[in-house]
Structures are given as structure tokens and as C-alpha cells.
Design a protein around this ligand. Structure first.
Ligand code: GLU
Length: 506
């Protein structure tokens, strides 16, 4: 495939939804695979919806996930600026072109007039060939009237002149061929009264100016694409029209309906890459990063929301995804957002991480308790537990016993396994532990095996009690490693306390 030029074009209207990050990922993958460019363009022409901090959020999310843009507002590039609010002149000159060629026209209707028209049509009003003659615009008014209104500074918008009775064809790699009739389309506003372009105009002008070859975006933009195609035609750019690919919806965990911001809050699952606190302090959205996800695991999970490699393989590094990805393998039907699956991916990544990389996560999960731990002990903790957690904060739950005496025991282990035959002799094992000179896992194992042989006990009769006695849990990693890490005197004292409690209970 020839090198592509693709863009991720978010609007800074709030935190970047997880679906947005998936769009960025697919664009990135295609760019890297073909040796092309991945461009970040900020679509900030809608002043009403602009949210301070949102652009910074988008950049941070891309940086954290490792999707670096080749051209962007911060890194610049040959087609900049990459923020639409800084490209007004370009849009103005293109609007002038359309007006000149009679493919667009001025409209002076006030919000009240538009509202009245909507009401008269019972909410089905469409500004189009059938209605524009009754409205106040440069199609219905005389040239001198228009000139006067303009000279008087009466606010106006510019609308696209859509000719009725024509079909618009969209070739979409994901959806196949899609046809719209211009009868369904309205005369979209291209330039607002504030002199800023609407999404439609700015998007098309920029895609053309930035030599975008493939437009990969969410399905919600498919219906806008008909207008975009009309704009390409109006500008005479049909031959440079990009390839379109509209990505399937991301569905709620139930599979019913589109995944929304509210689903995340309702279900207590993150649907944003990073946490976000909005001006309205009550809104705090949870992020995958803060929930303890490895960015690669998140990308791996997202890659599969809409795409699959056609094989059984599930774990892909970013480079692996770059090689395997293809738009042809992107499906049409919505992809269900399954948080358990996301955690499963994360677990795979964490278990493969080097202990050194996990140390900061242990420290932060156990802050301030682990602040003064030696690096050596932190590394041991990481090794011991890295295959047992799904997200980093779970380190806290797993390792807390090393810092605080557990407040209870696993009742099931006591009930099912604290048999009289074990209870009768367990003190002997504790005494052997007390007398050990060497508190390495191997030495503890040797002492334990000697005890087990003497009393004809198996691992299953002994190890659950060791874990339960020191950590209050019936299972976990190697019991000897746990004991060694906790230290000799603390282990002995906790086991003493434990057997007293268990024996008085039975
Ligand atoms: N600004 C649009 C958004 O917020 C971009 C859609 C597109 O990629 O054309 O998603």
C-alpha cells in the first residue's frame, strides 16, 4: 500500500472518549504500516462547545498511549497550523470561492425566524431547495437587498447550495458503497455568523489542504459525509477525494446501544484514557491510566473493538498491530465494550513486565506504607505478584499484609482445612521456624518438608494455613516466598496468634 496521510481530528469539547482513542489508533496503525504520516488536527471552530483543557487532555492521552503524531499543533509540520481556529483565512478564501461560483449563498434568517419555520413545519423543517425561496437569503432576495443587508452588518451565515434530485455516492472501506439522495440533504451552514466555519467546511478544506488520503473516523460521521462529497465536487476536488472508512460503534457492556460517558459512571468502569475533572466539580470521569492500565494493554484491547486479525492471536505489541492491521478486517457491526476483557489484556501485559518497571506502581499503590522499602524487597514483591494482578492498584490488596497485620482470616480455609490432625502438630512447625538460622525460601521449604514428612502431611494440608496465618488469605503465590518476604519473627508471631484463634474457634 502506498504511504497514507491520515489525520485524527478531535474537537476539544471535553475528555477524549475511548472510541476517539480507537480512531486515533487505527489511523496511527495505517500510517506506520505504510510509512506514511499521522496528523493531529484540533477542530476547535465551535466556540460554544469549546472546553478549556480539552486539547491538553487529548495531547496527553496520545502521549501516554504512545501514539505520536508526525504533524500536530505542538510539533508543527508543512501544512500547519494544525488548530482550525488559526486557519480562518483559508476557510474564508474557500467560502469566497463557493459564493463566487454560486455554490453557496448568504442567509440572513434570525434564530427566531428559523424557529418559526420549524414550528410551522411541526419540527420537520429542512432548509433546502423546497424551502429556501421562502426564507431570507441571497437566493430569495434581490442583489441590491443582499448588498444592503451586508453593508448594514446584518448577521448572516453562508449555506451550501444543494441541488435536489441527485445521488451522492460514498465509497467506504468498512461500509461498502453508500448512496444518499440530495433530496434528503439540507443546505448546510458552512460559515457561521461569527465568521468561523462549521465542522463540514473546515474538515473538507483541511483534509484537502493537508493532502489527507484516508479519512478514518467514527460511524457517527457517515451521515455528514454526503455533504462532504458535495463540497469536494463544488471545489472540483473529486479526483483527490480521500478514501473513507467509518468505524463501527462501541457498544455498552450489555451489547445494547452506544457506550456513553454515563455508562462509565453508572457501572464504575473507565471509558476514558485518562481521568478528567471538569469545571463543574461534580464531574469526575475515570481513566484507564488511573485505574492501573498499561497503555499497550489498552491499545491492544481497543484494537480488537472493531478489528480482528482473522487468526486466534490476541496479544499484539504496537509494532505487531502495525504489521497485522488492515481496514479490510474492520467489521461493520458494533463492538461490545467488555471491561473484563480489558482487564484480561492488562493482566497479560503486567505479567510480562520487568520487575523494575513495576516498582513505581507498587510504591504508589502502597503509598506511604512502602515509601521506605528497599529496592531489593520491592523487586521481590513485584516478581512474586506480577502475574496475580489485573491492574496496578491491586498490588495494594495483595501486598498489604507485608505492612499491616491482616484483620481477619479466610474462613473457608479454616473450615475446610484446619483439621484436628493438622491442628495437633502445627505448633511444631512454628517452633522449627523460630529456630531457623536461614530465612530464605529454600530453607523455609526444607524445614516445612521435614515437618510434613514426619507427620505424613501433604502441601495442601499445610501451605493454605501458612498463607492464611500471615496474610489472611487461602491462596497466593509461593507460601515460602511470602514467609521469607515477611521476615522470620513477624511470620512466627503471626502464626502463633493464628493457631490460637483457629483452635479456640473449632
Ligand atoms: N471533529 C470531529 C470529531 O470531533 C472529527 C470527525 C472527523 O474525523 O472528520 O470527531
Amino acid at each position: 500500500m502506498d504511504p497514507v496521510r491520515v489525520r485524527f481530528a478531535p474537537s476539544p469539547t471535553g475528555a477524549l472518549h475511548i472510541g476517539g482513542l480507537r480512531t486515533a489508533l487505527y489511523n496511527y496503525l495505517l500510517a506506520r504500516q505504510t510509512g506514511g504520516q499521522f496528523i493531529l488536527r484540533i477542530e476547535d471552530t465551535d466556540q460554544k462547545r469549546y472546553v478549556p483543557g480539552a486539547e491538553g487532555y487529548i495531547q496527553e492521552a496520545l502521549e501516554w498511549s504512545g501514539l505520536q503524531a508526525d504533524e500536530s499543533p505542538t510539533s508543527g509540520g508543512p501544512h500547519g497550523p494544525y488548530r482550525q481556529s488559526e486557519r480562518r483565512e483559508l476557510y474564508q478564501s474557500h467560502i469566497d470561492m463557493l459564493l463566487e461560483n454560486k455554490q453557496a449563498y448568504y442567509a440572513f434568517d434570525t434564530p427566531e425566524e428559523l424557529e418559526a419555520a420549524r414550528e410551522a413545519a411541526n419540527g420537520t423543517f429542512k432548509y433546502d431547495a423546497a424551502t429556501r425561496g421562502k426564507m431570507r437569503n441571497s437566493m430569495s432576495l434581490s442583489a441590491s437587498e443582499v448588498e444592503k443587508l451586508r453593508a448594514d452588518g446584518v448577521p448572516s451565515v453562508v449555506r451550501l447550495l444543494v441541488e435536489p434530485g441527485q445521488s451522492v455516492h460514498i465509497k467506504d472501506v468498512v461500509r461498502g458503497d453508500v448512496t444518499f439522495s440530495t433530496d434528503e440533504l439540507d443546505d448546510k451552514v458552512l460559515m457561521k455568523a461569527d465568521g468561523l466555519p462549521t465542522y463540514h467546511l473546515a474538515n473538507v478544506v483541511d483534509d484537502h489542504d493537508m493532502q489527507i488520503t484516508h479519512v478514518i473516523r467514527g460511524e457517527e460521521w457517515l451521515s455528514s459525509t454526503a455533504h462532504h462529497v458535495l463540497l469536494y465536487q463544488a471545489f472540483g476536488w473529486e479526483s483527490d477525494m480521500p478514501v473513507f472508512a467509518h468505524l463501527p460503534l462501541i457498544l455498552k457492556p450489555t451489547g445494547k446501544g452506544k457506550l456513553s460517558k454515563r455508562d462509565g459512571q453508572k457501572l464504575g468502569i473507565p471509558v476514558f484514557p485518562l481521568s478528567w475533572e471538569s469545571e463543574k466539580a461534580e464531574e469526575r470521569l475515570e481513566g484507564f491510566r488511573e485505574r492501573g492500565f498499561h497503555p499497550q494493554a489498552l491499545l491492544n484491547f481497543l484494537a480488537f473493538l472493531g478489528w480482528n486479525p482473522g487468526t486466534e492471536q490476541e496479544i499484539f505489541s504496537l509494532e505487531g498491530l502495525v504489521k497485522a492491521f488492515s481496514l479490510e478486517q474492520v467489521g461493520k457491526s458494533g463492538a461490545r465494550f467488555d471491561f473484563d476483557k480489558a482487564q484480561w489484556f492488562n493482566q497479560q501485559y503486567i505479567s510480562e513486565q520487568a520487575a523494575e518497571e513495576l516498582v513505581p506502581h507498587i510504591k504508589s499503590a502502597l503509598s506511604p506504607l512502602a515509601d521506605h522499602e528497599t529496592e531489593d524487597r520491592l523487586l521481590q514483591m513485584a516478581e512474586l505478584y506480577k502475574s496475580r494482578i489485573r491492574t496496578y492498584p491491586e498490588f495494594r490488596d495483595k501486598l498489604l499484609y507485608l505492612f499491616e497485620t491482616p484483620t481477619g482470616y479466610d474462613e473457608k480455609t479454616i473450615r475446610k482445612k484446619w483439621k484436628p490432625s493438622v491442628a495437633a502438630v502445627f505448633q511444631e512447625l512454628i517452633d522449627a521456624y523460630r529456630n531457623q538460622n536461614d530465612w530464605s525460601p529454600d530453607a523455609i521449604k526444607a524445614a516445612t518438608m521435614a515437618f510434613m514428612e514426619k507427620h505424613e502431611l501433604g502441601f495442601g494440608n499445610v501451605l493454605p494455613h501458612l498463607r492464611n496465618g500471615i496474610a489472611g488469605t487461602g491462596n497466593g503465590p509461593g507460601a515460602f516466598d511470602m514467609l521469607s518476604l515477611l521476615g522470620q519473627s513477624e511470620s512466627v508471631s503471626r502464626l502463633e496468634t493464628a493457631i490460637k484463634a483457629w483452635n479456640s474457634n473449632t
